[in-house]
Each structure stands twice: as structure tokens, then as C-alpha cells.
Design a protein around this ligand. Structure first.
Ligand code: EPU
Length: 429
């Protein structure tokens, strides 16, 4: 078993360089399949989800190599397969983006249907509804979803209005529409920074996408996309996680390589709690001058407060004076981390999608489990500020989405290590 061991109580000081955005890589790397040429993508985070995405690209016929620690080159001129192998696809929720790209380029895509996951049911009905509006047929065959355009023709541009704001369906339809015949208009579209980044990537390769960042995105289909270079935006949520870490543990850090505008929705509630945050051109100084006060947060699509920062803010709320209230509106099962924080002494009650925190002076180290990616990040934050030693198991979840979290925190002065424990269980024999 591998786990993180954290001895709390060290304030954080120094500078941390933020990596490329996980959720931009999630759609842009599958987007390489649309390109009949060679692409270079930089600022790619070295996280498990990226390694798996590259494995899927290679299984379809792409040639991918790392040019440096954060830069890849991909040649997608010869793609032999139209099928995402189930044993690879089911390991990553975002494998659904391969449906949009295979369908957009070849008129056919087969991929495992994403199941429910630990934060909620995660349906893809809005993606499928969009593909159908563009002329595709789809069928569910066991665990696989098969989507195709009749006679291998191109998708046709269409007007699609999503029933709810969905990041995944917005990006999947942008990918599918880039090579479609005619104009696609996406209404009630999501406007997260990684959606703007996907549009930037597609346009850099010859696509015609406008309106990204608003609730209406227009994609004028082009016959083909060419190779080129693109650099991913920095990870808004990784940056926010370090901001929350300083809020809980104390100290003063500089985040570098960031886009301050993307962090306003996270800075605002942290400032309200008492944090000092100063924006530079591509950096942010974050410090905790004194005690924090409670906060009320409701998660919303961008530019609202991001659900992917909700558990980390929950960890901060454990220490804030008085009462804090967090309402999770996006994922039905994203308050489970509170049970692990309670094991460390937090005072939290949960009613359906609302968590109420009463600040306590100290949490105490305990053995706890990362129940999903951001739940794991919340435990790391709580552990940095807790008395004594915390052991966090199931860290595979954390490493799917954070590049070298332990190394970056240790460089800021945290006492954190990644440990491996030999287990002599029956299954080992
Ligand atoms: N929804 C539907 N039908 C659909 C699609 C979505 O009902 O066809 C619902 C979902 O059940 C959810 C809501 O719409 O209640 C929003 O889902 P969305 O499609 O926006 O989420 P996603 O694309 O599956 C991405 C991120 C998540 C992040 C959400 C919201 C990736 C790979 N994942 O998921 O990131 O929470 O957007 O911002 O981009 C994370 O990084 O920890 C993470 C879970």
C-alpha cells in the first residue's frame, strides 16, 4: 500500500509553479485525433489521467512521445482503430471525449459507456443528444456505446441547446463539430477556462470556433485541421488547492505560472475569510495574516465557485471561526469527504447537499482515506494544519489529478512524504 504521511503544524513559505490544467488536457489530448498532422502540446501535466489518455491515443494508432517533462509530440495521421478499448476507457471518466473526436474525424466511434463514479452518476445523455442532432445514430451494446454517421459521412452542423450547463458535453460537441459539414451553435454552453482553452487549441490547428467563454459557442466546420503547437493553460484547481493549503496551515506563498483572472472565483471567498491575496501579472501572493472567519459557499458553473474546489474549502472551513455553510449543486455525492474530516475531529453535519461546519481550534492526525481526487486534496490540506501525524490511503485518486503534490508541498516546508508499506496479505501469495 502507498500512502501519504503528513506531520501537521508547519506553515508554508516559498514559491510553487502551477502545472498545466488537468481538465484542459482531458479534452485537448483526445482532440489530437482530429488532426491530420503532427502537433506539439506543452505545459502538459504529468498526472495519471494524462498517461492513460496517451495510452488510449497510442492504442488507436497515434504516435506520441514526450519531448521534455511537460511537452509531447503527437502524430495522428494514421489512425487505424475507431474503438476505445474497454479496459483502458473505463479507467478514466473523460475517455468519452474520444467519442467526439473519432466521430468528428471518421464518422464512427465505439467506447465504453462511462459508469457512475464516486462523486455522482455522471450521465452522457447531453453528449449523445448533441451527436444525434448532428445526424449520428447511437446504440448501447452491453458496456459499449456505438455512435456513427450513416455511410461514414461527416456530421452535419446543428443548433444544440443543452438542458443544463455541462462542461463535458460542451467540449465533446466542440470537438465533434470542428470537422462537421456546416455551422454548429451550442446554446447554454459552459464557459470554464478549459473550454476557452479547447477553442484556442482547435483554432490554432485551423478550426473556426468563436464565442467560447460565453453561453453560446459557434463552430463553423472546416474540411481538415493541420498540425501546430499549443500550450495548455495552468490548472485553476491546482492553484486553488495551494491557496486553500495556506489558508489552513498558515504562511505566505507565491503561485507562479498562473492566470489570476481564472482564480477570482476562488480568491473572493478566501479574502472574505480573511486571507490576503495580491495579484501579479502571472502570479499570486497568498498569505494568512490571522484567524479566519466562516464562509457560505454554493458551487456553480464558471464564473461561480467551482465544485472542484468545494472539498478543499471544506477543509479550510474546519478551522474557520464560527459557522460555515457549503452547498454542493453540481455532484450529488461530493460531500463524502466530510466523514473522513470528522475522523480528524472536525465538527460537520451534512443534510442532503448542504454541509454545515463549526470551526474547531485543532484537528488531530488520523488514518484516513482519499475517497476521490478532490476529497483526497481536502484531507492533505486538513492534515497540513492538524496536530500530529495523518496517514492518507488510496492516494491513486490524488495522483490522477495532481502533479507531484508531495514534492511541491515539501518544497514549501510541509512535512509530507509518500510511503510504501509492504503488505503480507493472502492475495499476495
Ligand atoms: N450532466 C448530465 N448529463 C450529461 C452531462 C452532465 O446530466 O450528459 C450533469 C452531471 O451529472 C452533473 C452536471 O451535469 O450534475 C455537470 O456535469 P459536467 O458535464 O459539467 O461535468 P463533467 O464534464 O463530467 C467536468 C470535470 C469535473 C468537474 C465538472 C464540473 C473533466 C474531466 N471533469 O466533468 O472535474 O467537476 O466538469 O466542473 O473535465 C475534477 O477535476 O475533480 C472533476 C470531477
Amino acid at each position: 500500500m502507498v500512502y501519504y504521511k503528513i506531520r501537521g503544524g508547519r506553515k508554508l513559505y516559498g514559491e510553487v509553479k502551477i502545472s498545466g490544467a488537468k481538465n484542459a488536457a482531458a479534452s485537448i489530448l483526445p482532440g489530437l485525433l482530429l488532426i491530420n498532422g503532427i502537433c506539439r502540446i506543452c505545459n502538459v501535466p504529468q498526472i495519471e489521467d494524462v498517461h492513460l489518455t496517451i495510452e488510449i491515443l497510442e492504442s488507436l494508432g497515434a504516435k506520441v512521445r514526450w519531448l521534455s517533462s511537460d511537452c509531447i509530440e503527437a502524430d495522428c495521421r494514421e489512425i487505424g482503430s475507431r474503438t476505445v478499448l474497454p479496459h483502458l476507457g473505463v479507467r478514466m471518466r473523460a475517455s468519452h471525449f474520444f467519442i467526439g473526436t473519432l466521430l468528428g474525424r471518421f464518422g464512427e466511434a465505439n467506447a465504453p459507456l462511462p459508469g457512475g463514479c464516486v462523486i455522482g452518476t455522471r450521465p452522457i445523455d447531453q453528449h449523445l443528444k448533441g451527436f444525434a442532432a448532428m445526424g449520428a445514430d447511437y446504440a448501447v451494446d452491453g458496456e459499449m456505446v456505438r455512435v456513427s454517421v450513416k455511410n461514414g459521412q461527416r456530421l452535419k452542423g446543428a443548433e444544440i441547446c443543452f438542458d443544463m450547463v455541462t462542461v463535458g458535453a460542451t467540449m465533446n460537441l466542440m470537438l465533434a463539430a470542428a470537422l462537421a459539414d456546416g455551422v454548429t451553435v451550442l446554446k447554454n454552453a459552459a464557459s470554464e477556462p478549459h473550454i476557452v482553452d479547447l477553442a484556442g487549441f482547435l483554432n490554432a490547428m485551423g478550426a473556426d470556433v468563436s464565442g467560447a467563454g460565453t453561453d453560446e459557442i459557434i463552430i463553423k466546420g472546416v474540411p481538415s485541421l493541420h498540425g501546430g503547437s499549443y500550450s495548455l493553460i495552468p490548472d485553476q484547481i491546482e492553484a486553488g488547492t495551494f491557496m486553500a493549503a495556506v489558508a489552513a496551515a498558515g504562511g505566505r506563498i507565491r503561485l507562479s505560472g498562473i492566470i489570476p483572472a481564472h482564480l477570482k472565483c476562488i480568491s473572493a471567498p478566501l479574502r472574505h475569510m480573511g486571507m490576503e491575496i495580491t495579484e501579479g501579472e502571472d502570479s499570486l501572493m497568498v498569505s494568512r495574516p490571522g484567524e479566519l472567519s466562516g464562509i457560505d459557499i454554493v458551487t456553480r458553473p464558471y464564473p461561480g465557485f467551482p465544485t472542484d474546489m468545494q472539498p478543499q474549502m471544506g477543509a479550510v472551513a474546519c478551522f474557520a471561526r464560527g459557522k460555515s455553510t457549503i452547498v454542493e449543486t453540481i455532484w450529488e455525492d461530493r460531500l463524502r469527504y466530510t466523514s473522513e474530516l470528522r475522523r480528524m475531529g472536525a465538527d460537520i453535519t451534512v443534510h442532503e447537499r448542504t454541509a454545515i461546519f463549526h470551526g474547531v481550534p485543532h484537528l488531530t492526525g488520523a488514518s484516513v482515506e482519499a475517497l476521490d481526487l478532490r476529497a483526497g486534496a481536502a484531507l492533505v490540506i486538513a492534515a497540513l494544519a492538524a496536530d500530529g501525524v495523518t496517514q492518507i490511503s488510496n492516494i491513486g485518486f490524488i495522483e490522477r489529478g495532481y502533479h507531484d503534490l508531495t514534492g511541491k508541498l515539501a518544497a514549501l516546508g510541509a512535512e509530507i512524504s509518500r510511503e510504501a508499506e509492504e503488505r503480507d496479505t493472502e492475495e499476495d501469495h
